[in-house]
Design a protein around this ligand. Structure first.
Ligand SMILES: NC(=O)c1ccc[n+]([C@@H]2O[C@H](COP(=O)([O-])OP(=O)(O)OC[C@H]3O[C@@H](n4cnc5c(N)ncnc54)[C@H](O)[C@@H]3O)[C@@H](O)[C@H]2O)c1
Length: 442
C-alpha cells in the first residue's frame, strides 16, 4: 500500500504549450472530473484528443459511435475523438460460447444474491476475453495516436475510467441496499463483498477501474520510445480516490466515505503506478475529493465531505470566497441558513461514530448500520435544506473541485515524481487563493 502523500506545495509551472496533446482515455460526460483536465489543457493551448467507450447494439455487439453519436460526442468535447470502442470489463463476454455474466444474471432476483455462483474458471476466462478485446482496441488507439501526434509533442495520457458494475437489472436494487439502505433495507457491505456476487464485482472493478491503467501504461511504450528520441515527454495520469484531507473539528485530517467498495480497485490502481515508476515511467494517480458526477450518483452520502470545502475557502480567503458563498446561499430553501447547513455537515463529519471509525491503514472499511443510518439521514437533511434538490450546493462545489484538480493534475504531471498524490481541500484552497488559480473561484 502507498503512503499517504498529500500535495502540500503547488506544482511548478508546467512547460506544456500549443501543439502538446492531452489524450483523454475514457469518455467525457457533462459533469465528470475529466472536464477539469480538458479546461486546463485548452487554457494552455494544448490539443485535445478524446476516446469513446463505444456503444452496444441490441444484440450485445460492441461497436464504434455512429456518425451522429460521434458528432454529438465531439461537440461535447470540443475536439476530435478516436472512434475505437474502449469499453473495458467482461460482463458481456461469452468465453468458448458460454453464456455471459449479463445473460446469467438476467433472471436473477435481488433476494437470491447469496445463492448465485459461477463454475470454477468461468470468471477468469470471461475476464481474459474482455482484457484481450480491450487491449487489441487500445493498441489500435495507440497506432492512431502515433499517426496523429508528432514525436516532438509532449503528451498527457489521462486515464479517467472507473466502473465495472455488471450490466444486470438485479444489481441496482442490491447495490442500492448496500450503498443507500437503512432500516430493513440495510445490507452490510462485508457479507455482500465476500459472496460470489461481491467477488464478481471485485474482479470487474479491478479490470475496469485499475487494470485499464496498466494496459494503457504498457500500450504506450511506443509513444514513450519516440518521445525519448525526440526529447519530449509522456506523462500518464489517473484519477484515484483514497480518502481526502478535509476540515474536521477545526483542523485538516484524512477522512473517507464508507462503504467505498471500489477502494480495493483504487488501491490496485496506485500499485500499477508504483510498478510503472519502478521502470522509470512518469505515472501518477491523483487521489481526488468526493464530488457529484454521473459515477458518484449511486453513492448517497459521498457528498457530505464536500461541504467543509466552503469553510476552508472562507477561512483562507474570506473576500475571494464571497461570490461563491453568495451563489451557495441562493440555493438554500427559505428559512435555511448557510451556517446551519455547514454546522449539520460538520457535526456529522466530526461525530465519533463516523470520525473515530476511520483509519487510513485499514481503508476501505465496511459499513455498519449505525454509521449508514447517520450518513443517509444527514445527507437527506442537507438535501432538504435546498430550494431545489436538483440544484445543489455540492454541485457548485464539485465544479470548483473538478476545475481545480484538473489544473493541478496537468501542471503536476510535467515533472511529477510520486506514484500517488492526494489533492485535498487545503490544496484546492491554496490553489484558488494563489495567482495560479484565482480565476477558478469565478
Ligand atoms: N466522483 C467522485 O467523487 C470521484 C472522486 C475521486 C475520484 N474519482 C474518479 O474520477 C474518475 C472520473 O469519474 P467521474 O466521477 O468524473 O465520473 P464519470 O462518470 O464522468 O466518468 C467515469 C469514466 O469511466 C468510464 N467508464 C465507465 N465504465 C467503463 C467501462 N466499462 N469501460 C471503460 N470506461 C468506462 C466512462 O466512460 C467515464 O470516462 C474516475 O476514475 C473516478 O473514480 C471520482
Amino acid at each position: 500500500m502507498v503512503d499517504y502523500c498529500p500535495m502540500t506545495i503547488l506544482p511548478a509551472a508546467a512547460g506544456y504549450k500549443a501543439g502538446d496533446v492531452l489524450v483523454l482515455v475514457g469518455e467525457l460526460f457533462g459533469r465528470g472530473y475529466a472536464n477539469g483536465l480538458l479546461e486546463e489543457a485548452k487554457r494552455l493551448g494544448m490539443t485535445v484528443l478524446g476516446t469513446t467507450v463505444g456503444r452496444r447494439n441490441s444484440d450485445g455487439t460492441l461497436r464504434p459511435l455512429t456518425a451522429e453519436e460521434l458528432a454529438e460526442a465531439e461537440a461535447l468535447l470540443g475536439s476530435r475523438i478516436i472512434n475505437i470502442p474502449l469499453e473495458a470489463g467482461f460482463d458481456m463476454e461469452s468465453p468458448n460460447g458460454a453464456p455471459s455474466v449479463a445473460e446469467r444474471l438476467k433472471k436473477a432476483k435481488p433476494d437470491e444474491w447469496e445463492s448465485i455462483s459461477f463454475e470454477p474458471g468461468f470468471l477468469e476466462q470471461a475476464c481474459a476475453a474482455g482484457t484481450a478485446r480491450f487491449c487489441a482496441n487500445l493498441q489500435q488507439v495507440m497506432t492512431e495516436l502515433e499517426r496523429l501526434i508528432p514525436a516532438s509533442a509532449n503528451i498527457i495520457l489521462a486515464h479517467t475510467m472507473a466502473g465495472g458494475i455488471p450490466r444486470a437489472r438485479f444489481f441496482m436494487p442490491l447495490l442500492n441496499r448496500v450503498f443507500k439502505g437503512s432500516g430493513d433495507k440495510y445490507l452490510p457491505s462485508e457479507p455482500f463483498w465476500n459472496s460470489a456476487i461481491g467477488q464478481l464485482c471485485d474482479a470487474s472493478f479491478n479490470e475496469v477501474t485499475a487494470d485499464t491503467f496498466k494496459y494503457l501504461i504498457d500500450a504506450s511504450a511506443g509513444l514513450r520510445k519516440r518521445a525519448e528520441q525526440a526529447g519530449s515527454r509522456v506523462a500518464c495520469t489517473a484519477y484515484g480516490y483514497h480518502g481526502t484531507g478535509i476540515l474536521v473539528n477545526g483542523s485538516y485530517q484524512w477522512q473517507s466515505y464508507t462503504p467505498y467498495l471500489q477502494g480495493f480497485a483504487k488501491m490496485r490502481l496506485e500499485d500499477h503506478a508504483v510498478a510503472a515508476r519502478k521502470q522509470g515511467i512518469n505515472a501518477t494517480v491523483f487521489n481526488c475529493p468526493e464530488i457529484l458526477t454521473n459515477s458518484s450518483a449511486l453513492f448517497l452520502g459521498v457528498e457530505l465531505s464536500l461541504y467543509p470545502l466552503l469553510t476552508a475557502l472562507q477561512q483562507v480567503a474570506p473576500e475571494q470566497a464571497v461570490p461563491l458563498t453568495e451563489r451557495c446561499k441562493a440555493l438554500l430553501a427559505d428559512g435555511c441558513s448557510l451556517e446551519s447547513l455547514m454546522t449539520t455537515a460538520a457535526d456529522y463529519l466530526g461525530a465519533p461514530l463516523i470520525n473515530d471509525a476511520l483509519e487510513f491503514k485499514s481503508w476501505p472499511q465496511h459499513s455498519t448500520r449505525e454509521q449508514m443510518e447517520l450518513m443517509l439521514a444527514t445527507s437527506a437533511k442537507l438535501m432538504e435544506m435546498h430550494r431545489d434538490q436538483k440544484q445543489l450546493i455540492c454541485a457548485e462545489l464539485s465544479r470548483l473541485v473538478f476545475r481545480s484538480t484538473g489544473r493541478l493534475m496537468v501542471q503536476a504531471s510535467w515533472s511529477s515524481t510520486e506514484a500517488a498524490v492526494w489533492l485535498n481541500h487545503d490544496t484546492i484552497a491554496a490553489l484558488v487563493t494563489d495567482q495560479r488559480g484565482a480565476d477558478l473561484l469565478d
